[in-house]
Structure formats: structure tokens, C-alpha cells
Design a binder for this molecule. Structure first.
Ligand SMILES: O=C(O)CCC(=O)C(=O)O
Ligand SMILES: [Fe+2]
Length: 211
């Protein structure tokens, strides 16, 4: 295992909930602010969009991406795409974000998608699996910034009991191994619970290996 070129050491999480490894306060306030600056630059080049579902329903979360692949959703359905809907290439994954992946993912391959979700007041994300990637052996790493979000963790099927935890600014979650296909979602945010973002709201960054 230690000699496996696909793996690297990773720190012990503060908490494990149904296989989700949770690193509380992984980023200190200074690191959070630096990451927000880098994400602002991504959003300047590839602006946030309000995705629509296949059925024409607007999502409450706004999204953009960095990396060679971005996640988009429109009336054609949802998928990974090589460019922003405007046609511009996705900007590179910001160094501060890539560094979190390197520190906690436990794998040696770099992510090819950095999805950036913005939750304004009232935004939420329904219970879902992340399953548009080619190989589920790679984890998904999620970074929370700004307002607190109520994160719900379920099961590999849609049914059954769930557990919820508040994710706070600077928290990092690794969804891998047996938990890679576990349903999860964000029921609500506590708007203005953090002062990190001047206009309030919550940013969640997820890193994935897509191809
Ligand atoms: O906002 C979060 O904490 C989770 C986001 C998520 O599950 C996703 O983008 O697939
Ligand atoms: Fe997800």
C-alpha cells in the first residue's frame, strides 16, 4: 500500500460519518481568505451560472468550474464539459485548492475537475450521488467556505435513515472508498453566519477525477 504509486499518506480526520472523512477547520481564516481570492479570479474568467435541470427547472445553487472538465447542467441534461457555456476554457485549478487535494485525498492522481458551488440565501442541494465520473475508486474532496451548511449524509440507495452535520468555513470532507457513492446533499445554509464573503452565502468546492 505504501509503495502503491496511486496512493499517498493522508491525515487522520477529526470525524468519520458513514465513511465520510471530515477534517474540521482544515483551513485557517487566512487560508480561507486566500482561497476565496483565487476562486474570485476563476469566477472572473468563467462566471457563475444558474444551471437548469433537463426539465427546465432552475437550480438554487450557482456554479462554475476550474480544471480540464467542468460540471454543467442544462436542458440537454447534466454532464462534464471541456468549456464554460460561454465557450471559454475553464481556468486552471487554483493552487490553494489543489494543495488541499494533495494533503487529504490519499491518492497520487491530480483532480481534473474543480466544481465551485455558490449557495446564496435559501439555496440548497437535494440528496444525490456523485456518479458522473468514469472511475469511483478516486475520492471526491469537498471544501466549505463562508456560511455554515447543513450537510445530510444518507446511504448508497436513496432510502434509509440519514445523518446531518453542520459544515463550517474551512472544513474539508473526503468522500471515498465505501462512501464514494453515498447519497448526500445540503438542506440549507445559515445565511450570514460567517463574515468570510462580503455578500454572505456559502461556497463549496469539490474536486474530482473525472476521466
Ligand atoms: O455543498 C456541498 O457541501 C456538497 C456539494 C456536492 O455534493 C456536489 O457538488 O456534488
Ligand atoms: Fe455531491
Amino acid at each position: 500500500m505504501a509503495d502503491d504509486p496511486e496512493t499517498r499518506p493522508f491525515p487522520r480526520p477529526d470525524l468519520i460519518v458513514r465513511g465520510f472523512r471530515i477534517h474540521e477547520g482544515f483551513l485557517d481564516p487566512e487560508a480561507q481568505a486566500a482561497m476565496v481570492e483565487e476562486l474570485r479570479e476563476v469566477a472572473r474568467l468563467a462566471p457563475f451560472v444558474t444551471p437548469e435541470t433537463r426539465f427546465g427547472k432552475k437550480m438554487s445553487v450557482r456554479m462554475t468550474s476550474a480544471g480540464s472538465h467542468g460540471w454543467i447542467s442544462d436542458r440537454r441534461g447534466y454532464r462534464y464539459a471541456p468549456a464554460h457555456p460561454s465557450g471559454v476554457a475553464w481556468p486552471p485549478v487554483p493552487p490553494s485548492v489543489a494543495a488541499v487535494w494533495d494533503a487529504v485525498s490519499g491518492v497520487a492522481r491530480a483532480p481534473d475537475c474543480c466544481l465551485i458551488n455558490y449557495y446564496g440565501e435559501g439555496a440548497r442541494m437535494g440528496l444525490h450521488q456523485d456518479r458522473d465520473e468514469a472511475d469511483f475508486k478516486w475520492p471526491v474532496v469537498s471544501i466549505s467556505l463562508g456560511d455554515e451548511g447543513l450537510f445530510r449524509i444518507g446511504n448508497t440507495t436513496r432510502e434509509g435513515s440519514t445523518e446531518s452535520i453542520w459544515l463550517r468555513s474551512g472544513d474539508v470532507v473526503v468522500m471515498g472508498g465505501e462512501a464514494r457513492l453515498t447519497h448526500h446533499g445540503v438542506d440549507r445554509i445559515r445565511y450570514n453566519s460567517s463574515t468570510l464573503l462580503p455578500d454572505g452565502g456559502r461556497i463549496n468546492v469539490t474536486l474530482r477525477v473525472v476521466t
